[in-house]
Design a protein around this ligand. Structure first.
Ligand code: NAP
Length: 301
């Protein structure tokens, strides 16, 4: 049954809709956009027409981020600004917003709007309870928890005022599954999930606020976890419907590794697809949620 004012799109007029440029002209800030999941999110949003600010911190990522920015600009006709800023430094988030404003504010009117923020930068580390140190705690909480708070504080004056903004926080299945060794990391992601719910209320007139919770993803972060941790993942991977390896589809290294791992990892572009979905206009009625982006490693309920 059709709703009043709702006309079913024919295949012809669907084809005419410029869905591939659905974020045309929007400005997105992606923290940790140099590599891994952040770089994949950058590619996805740029392909939909969004201009980007790509943050990173390490000198070793400077060239990579410059060349990613240049190739996204050339391929998608968008503007991309790489910004080196250590978000673990309390001044880093404000510096990132100020640098973005400098580049993207309208030259005459000074108008500057941030449409999308993806809090993706993160660090992980596994320590058993009796090995947790104040330094490890502070490093992970500063980058994973305090930085998104300070970034949003600096961004608030520039968010839309019509609910069209989109904020997506990169959590993890670790927030809710209590893995051995993740006293600190799991806690940071649980804090981020909580903040997602609070911000959905506090920023309701400005932006939707959601989180996604990947499981194991084939990036530098996951490959740096040890064999013990990866064995701990195996029963979860075995029961995840979409993590079964596929001969001839998944890269052979993951097919070969599946006996040991229990299946294949997620790919960065698979997380990026879910993030992009939450950044779309169509996601306007979804806020305060943790959306599973983990192939069924953990179901939401
Ligand atoms: P990754 O490959 O290790 O990349 C981390 C990114 O964060 C890099 O761009 C890095 O920049 C940036 N970063 C780290 N510290 C920073 C700081 N102090 N200031 C600014 N940027 C900083 O990580 P990933 O696997 O793509 O993970 C991305 C997000 O997904 C993280 O929040 C992570 O917790 C979450 N996640 C990952 C997995 C997984 O299995 N990979 C699973 C669940 C959740 P540089 O290149 O400059 O170092």
């Amino acid at each position: 049954m059709s709703r009043p004012g709702y006309q079913r799109a024919s295949s012809t007029n669907l084809a005419n809709r410029p869905q591939h440029r659905s974020l045309e002209g929007k400005l997105a800030i992606i923290t940790g956009g140099s590599r891994g999941i952040g770089a994949a999110i950058a590619s996805n949003l740029a392909s939909k027409g969004a201009h980007l600010v790509l943050n990173y911190t390490s000198d070793s990522s400077a060239d990579k981020t410059e060349s990613l920015s240049a190739s996204l600009q050339a391929e998608h006709n968008v503007r991309v600004l790489p910004v080196q800023a250590d978000l673990g430094d309390p001044n880093g988030p404000a510096h990132l917003i100020a640098t973005a404003k400098n580049k993207f504010a309208h030259p005459k009117t000074g108008k500057f709007q941030i449409d999308i923020i993806v809090n993706n930068a993160g660090v992980a580390g596994n320590q058993l309870l009796h090995h947790v140190t104040p330094d490890a705690f502070l490093e992970q909480y500063n980058i994973n928890v305090l930085a998104p708070i300070l970034l949003l504080q600096a961004a608030i004056p520039h968010l839309p005022t019509d609910r069209s903004g989109r904020i997506v926080n990169l959590s993890s299945v670790s927030a809710s599954l209590g893995f051995v060794g993740q006293t600190v990391y799991g806690g940071t992601k649980a804090a981020l999930e909580h903040m997602t719910r609070t911000w959905a209320r506090e920023l309701a007139e400005r932006a939707t606020v959601n989180a996604v919770n990947p499981g194991p993803v084939a990036t530098d972060m996951y490959s740096s976890t040890g064999a013990d941790f990866q064995q701990q993942m195996k029963p979860f991977i075995l029961s995840a419907p979409l993590m079964r390896e596929r001969e001839g589809v998944d890269p052979q290294e993951f097919v070969d590794d599946a006996k040991k791992a229990g299946g294949r990892p997620g790919y960065d572009h698979e997380i990026a697809g879910v993030v992009a979905m939450l950044c779309s206009e169509d996601a306007a009625w979804c806020t305060g949620s943790v959306i599973c982006a983990n192939g069924g490693f953990k179901f939401s309920y």
